[in-house]
Design a binder for this molecule. Structure first.
Ligand SMILES: CC(C)(COP(=O)(O)OP(=O)(O)OC[C@H]1O[C@@H](n2cnc3c(N)ncnc32)[C@H](O)[C@@H]1OP(=O)(O)O)[C@@H](O)C(=O)NCCC(=O)NCCS
Length: 173
């Protein structure tokens, strides 16, 4: 199911057929470097991730890390929203195959995800977090107009994050 279209991209619900691409993406240490995630060893692991983590976000909250493709259908990665029940916050996230970095795809797909969140789900606030060394992700967040809200340190996680927020009234100025 298609969620949004941009000039170059389609954002659609992920399906079990995306599992192979998730394995490919998560087997690249450079892709995982600033995510805190581990590799997905087998397609079956990726399918479990989709079934247990990704699909329920859509079923329960109408949110998701959506698959991002070119208009011709070529898979680039994922981008989208996730609801965190423990804090009631919604965050923006993205991940792309390395060969597609630096072409503006994260920024373009994120704008569509933010639009979906604010205009379709009527969210009040969307946050984003990135590790301080993840310069590419921080650049995307800043290009989206999100506001710096300081450093965040979860006691269970040795890694600190820089936190950004975008409120509904700041969206599109
Ligand atoms: C982060 C990521 C999604 C960015 O995707 P992308 O499609 O390359 O992003 P965009 O092209 O929209 O924008 C990236 C910007 O950061 C800049 N950038 C990238 N690496 C950089 C670096 N090391 N230092 C400074 N700027 C950098 C790019 O030049 C670009 O800026 P520009 O538009 O002014 O040229 C991609 O690198 C990725 O998938 N990384 C692995 C997963 C990840 O880290 N996800 C985020 C977790 S918070």
């Amino acid at each position: 199911m298609i969620i949004a279209q941009t000039e170059r991209l389609i954002l659609r619900l992920q399906t079990l057929l995306d599992a192979e691409k998730l394995v490919e993406m998560n087997s690249d240490p450079e892709v995982l470097r600033y995510t805190g995630d581990t590799t997905l060893a087998h397609v079956s692991e990726a399918r479990t991730l989709l079934e247990e983590k990704v699909f329920p976000q859509w079923q329960n909250y109408k949110m998701g890390r959506f698959a991002v493709t070119l208009k011709c259908g070529d898979y680039l990665g994922w981008c989208g929203l996730k609801f965190h029940p423990e804090t009631s916050e919604v965050d923006l996230g993205y991940r792309f195959l390395k060969k597609f970095w630096g072409k503006g795809y994260a920024t373009e797909s994120s704008r569509a995800a933010l639009e979906y969140g604010f205009d379709h789900l009527n969210l009040e606030r969307i946050i984003a977090k990135a590790m301080p060394d993840n310069k590419g992700s921080l650049k995307v967040i800043q290009k989206l107009g999100m506001s710096f809200r300081g450093y965040q340190h979860d006691p269970t996680d040795p890694q600190s994050f820089i936190r950004y927020e975008l409120n509904r009234n700041e969206w599109k100025g």
